[in-house]
Design a protein around this ligand. Sequence first.
Ligand code: 5GP
Length: 120
Amino acid sequence: MAYDATNIFARILRGEIPCNKVYEDEHVLAFHDIAQAAPVHVLVIPKGEYVSMDDFTANASPEEITALFSAAGKIARDLGVAETGYRIISNAGEDGHQEVPHFHVHVLGGRPLGPMIKRA
Ligand code: 5GP
């Protein structure tokens, strides 16, 4: 799937629309999800143009990949959920119910999150 530079996270990265920033470095931006599904719900995104986890891991540099996952772990520690437990989710494609086609991981926590996935 080709990258669509009009997606909402690309617009956030360009500063065209605001976000509630949690963390930023050379390769990564993290911000609170606009529709919080848990007391802690942060989106961690690469600054590069990647659609999904499989695109990112195939095409990003080792520095970008390290930065993304290091940031997610730091955010879990800094927001206190490393103590209580948390979940990392990355939705991809149609079956994964991905809404925004710019790779991101959700960091969720702050309450018991229930079973991992609804059984069909
Ligand atoms: P996906 O289903 O693609 O994994 O999730 C996309 C997430 O982006 C959703 O949880 C949704 O609430 C969040 N989101 C969509 N638009 C915006 C926005 O403009 N700002 C922020 N902060 N989050 C957004």
